[in-house]
Design a protein around this ligand. Structure first.
Ligand code: PLP
Length: 412
């Protein structure tokens, strides 16, 4: 298959391994489990170590199976390079480990995945200032910038309350100020949205979620979109400035985060994720349609107090979501009317499974305040717009009629 960039999303994923020489005609990238790589010429080994020629040396920094997945993620995001990590948090942690130092400042959306919120608290304890802002309006981001701000971090659709960041305007602001814009694209996935299109320099994907898609492997990735000018970034060590400036960010991330901290993706997980990714577009279409149908049904029911889903015209950022995303995603959250116990409701569901994780083929439900957002306390939950009775639903690819009957039938 010749190099051509105009194929559609799914064709590109399915055939990306064939852009490199195929091993033994294998249509799946073989699962390489070797930790180390031997060279007949010791000089060549030295040359690989010194970055003077490409090659594999030790499994913590990558292997051919991981590289193939990195290539696939890069193509999905329309970027220039990607690095895979053991988990999504490994990828987000890498941004902090490799790119920030004491005295630096980060502006982050306050509407965040709970563990990312927890990570920023850790970072704040290590000398990096973090300002949390309502990122649905670029004005709040702009007001929080300081001369030490290195990074602006947002999620596309916030998990679990589904606020949509002011993605394009924040991108414009970051471009004007020369600030690295990092976008966590987990909730939208590169099928619904490419953050590169709004000026993101780095894109985070929790591959565990919809990209892997079957709840059978953990993984994360960072993609350099090629948009950010690394020659302006103050924290690149002289060691990592030997290549062209376009490479600096990824070279430092691979060394300072992946190599030094070791959150490396395993080859078996990479294989599961690569197979899952083949059907990402199909699953996202189906799950988004299911989510819209259930969210609309619940919103119209008087026993439901609120439904949060960007696909509903009542959602505060419905317009932005419609403008930027191909569909509205597989996740929504809702609140039952006062007096209806959320645990009893969840226990009446037959198809929706009480479990964490999202982006699975199966529909998963969770009482947010009592589980994934329990540790942060009621005050911070309130500031994030998370009601104590909020139920998060990660909609799967089951048949729509079955899901509608399940969610309606569980209402008292
Ligand atoms: C799940 C998730 C992560 C973390 O991914 P893991 O693979 O579980 O570490 C990061 N960001 C978002 C938005 C997520 O939903």
């Amino acid at each position: 298959m010749s190099e051509k960039t105009s194929y559609g999303f799914t064709t590109t994923i399915l055939h990306s391994d064939r852009q490199k020489p195929i091993e033994h005609g294998s249509l799946h990238k073989p699962l390489h489990t070797s930790v180390t790589y031997g060279y007949e010429d010791a000089r060549q080994l030295a040359s690989v170590f010194q970055g003077r020629e490409p090659g594999f040396r030790y499994g913590r920094q990558g292997n051919p199976t991981i590289s193939a997945l990195e290539e696939k993620v890069t193509r999905m995001e329309g970027g220039v390079a990607s690095i895979c990590f053991a988990t999504g948090m490994g990828a987000i942690g890498a941004v902090f480990q490799a790119l920030l130092k004491a005295g630096d400042h980060v502006v982050s959306s306050s509407f965040l995945f709970g563990n990312t919120n927890s990570l920023w608290q850790t970072v704040a304890g290590q000398g990096v200032g973090v300002a949390f802002v309502d990122a649905t309006d670029v004005a709040n981001v702009e007001a929080a910038l300081t001369s030490a701000t290195r990074i602006v971090f947002v999620e596309t659709i916030a998990n679990p309350r589904t606020q949509v960041a002011d993605l394009a305007r924040i991108g414009q602001l970051c471009r004007e100020r020369g600030i690295l814009y990092v976008v966590d694209n987990t909730m939208t996935t590169p099928y619904l949205f490419q953050p590169r299109s709004v000026g993101a320099g780095l894109v985070v994907n929790a591959l565990t979620k919809a990209i892997g898609g079957h709840g059978n492997a953990l993984g994360g990735s960072l993609t350099d979109t090629g948009v950010f000018d690394w020659s302006t970034y103050p924290n690149i060590a002289p060691n990592y400035k030997k290549n062209a400036p376009a490479m600096w960010g990824m070279v430092q991330l691979r060394a300072k985060a992946l190599r030094d901290f070791g959150a490396s993706l395993g080859p078996e997980a990479a294989h599961h994720i690569a197979v899952g990714a083949e059907t990402l577009a199909l699953r996202m279409e189906r799950a988004s349609a299911n989510a819209l149908a259930i969210a609309a049904m619940l919103e119209a029911d008087e026993r439901v107090a609120a439904v949060h889903y960007p696909g509903l015209p009542s959602h505060a950022q419905h317009g932005v979501a419609r403008e930027l995303f191909r569909a509205f995603g597989s996740l929504f959250s809702f609140e039952l009317k006062e007096g209806i116990d959320c645990f009893d409701y969840l226990n009446r569901l037959q198809i929706g499974i009480s479990a964490s994780n999202l982006g699975d083929t199966r529909t998963l439900v969770i009482p947010v305040a009592h589980t994934i957002f329990f540790e942060m306390g009621a005050e911070r939950r309130a500031s994030m717009g998370i009601a104590e009775s909020l139920i998060r639903v990660s909609v799967g690819i089951e048949d729509a009629a079955d899901l509608l009957a399940d969610f309606e039938g569980a209402l008292p």
